[in-house]
Ligand binder design. Structure first.
Ligand code: R5P
Length: 289
C-alpha cells in the first residue's frame, strides 16, 4: 500500500503505478494551536505500508509527518513500514563542525529508525558516514541516480566535459563521465559558511569551445555550482550547464546560477520543481519489488 505524504503525491502515484499497487493520500491537518494531525483514510492492518515523503521543501514538517505516520501505521497493525524518501534530509550535518551543534543525521536517523522498518532513498549525501543503516538502526537502501543523469547528459549535450565542483562530487562526476566516455575533472572547494564557498582548480583544464556540464548531488543555495561556473567561464567554454540529483534551489539559487553564466539547469524529480527533467520513480519502485 503506497501512501503519499504532503508534497510527494506525484512521485508516489508514479511509484504506485509502476508497481500496480493501491495509492492513498495520508490526511493531514492542524489543530487550532498549530499541532500536527494525521490520519490514515483506510485500514493498514496486515499491509506492507510504504510512506513516500521527500524532505524538501519544509524539512521539519516532513520529519514530523514521517514520525507520526510511521508510528501510527505500526500501532494500527501494519506488517512492515517502509519510508521512501526520494530526497532524505538532515544528512549533510554529519559532525559537530562547531562546539555545541546538533549532529542532525544522528538525531533524525535515530528518530526515523524508531518509526519505520526500512528506508529507501536516492543519493543521500554520504560523506563521513558510509552506510546510513548504522545511524538509523534499520536498513537503509541508498540507490543512485547516476544512470539517469548519464543518459540525460549524453542525450541532451552529446559530447563535452563533466566538472565536479568539489572532491565529494567525484562519486557522481567521475563515474557518470566514465560511463558515457566523457572527460571529467573535479575542483577543490573550501566552505566558509552554509552560504559561501570558494572553488579553485586542482589541475589544468582545457574547456575552450567545449560544453561543460557541472554535476553535483545537491544544488541548495547554488553557491557551489555558481562558483564552479564562474571559474570555468574564464576559460571560454562553449556553454555551461548544471545537472544534479536533488534540486533544492534554496533562496535565490536559480538567479545565482544564471548570473554565473549557466545556460540550463536540470535535476531529477526527487523534489517537485520546474527543472525536474529526470524521473526517478522507476529506480525507487524497483527497490520495493
Ligand atoms: C556538498 O558538498 C554537496 O555535494 C553540494 O555541493 C552542496 O550541498 C551544495 O550546496 P550549495 O548549493 O548551497 O552550495
Amino acid at each position: 500500500m503506497i501512501i503519499s505524504l504532503p508534497n510527494s503525491e506525484a512521485i508516489a502515484t508514479s511509484i504506485a503505478k509502476k508497481l500496480c499497487q493501491k495509492h492513498i493520500v495520508l490526511e493531514k491537518d492542524y489543530f487550532p494551536d498549530g499541532e500536527l494531525y494525521v490520519r490514515f483514510p483506510a485500514s493498514v492492518r496486515g499491509e506492507n505500508v510504504v510512506l513516500v515523503r521527500s524532505f524538501q521543501p519544509e524539512p521539519q514538517e516532513a520529519l514530523c509527518e514521517v514520525l507520526w505516520a510511521g508510528m501510527t501505521a505500526r500501532r494500527l497493525g501494519a506488517r512492515k513500514v517502509t519510508l521512501v524518501a526520494p530526497y532524505l534530509g538532515y544528512v549533510r550535518q554529519d559532525k559537530e563542525f562547531n562546539p555545541g551543534e546538533a549532529i542532525s543525521v544522528r538525531v533524525s536517523g535515530e528518530l526515523i529508525g524508531h518509526a519505520v522498518d526500512k528506508v529507501v532513498t536516492l543519493d543521500p549525501h554520504l560523506h563521513r558516514i558510509k552506510d546510513l543503516s548504522s545511524v538509523y538502526g534499520c536498513p537503509v537502501s541508498a540507490l543512485t541516480a547516476n544512470t539517469l543523469l548519464a543518459d540525460f547528459i549524453v542525450k541532451k549535450y552529446g559530447k563535452g566535459i563533466i566538472v565536479g565542483p568539489d572532491e565529494e562530487s567525484e562519486q557522481w562526476a567521475a563515474r557518470i563521465a566514465r560511463s558515457i566516455g566523457w572527460q571529467s575533472t573535479v575542483l577543490k572547494k573550501t566552505r566558509y559558511s552554509s552560504r559561501h564557498v570558494r572553488v579553485e582548480l586542482k589541475e589544468q583544464l582545457d574547456v575552450k569551445n567545449k560544453t561543460v556540464v557541472i554535476v553535483d548531488d545537491i544544488i541548495s543555495t547554488g553557491d557551489t555550482v555558481a562558483k564552479a561556473a564562474l571559474l570555468v567561464s574564464k576559460m571560454k567554454p562553449g556553454k555551461i550547464a548544471a545537472v544534479c540529483v536533488h534540486g533544492l534551489f534554496a533562496e535565490n539559487a536559480l538567479k545565482k546560477l544564471r548570473s554565473a553564466g549557466i545556460s540550463s539547469v536540470a535535476c531529477t524529480n526527487t523534489i517537485k520543481n520546474a527543472h525536474a527533467q529526470m524521473d526517478c520513480a522507476g529506480l525507487l519502485a524497483g527497490e520495493l519489488q
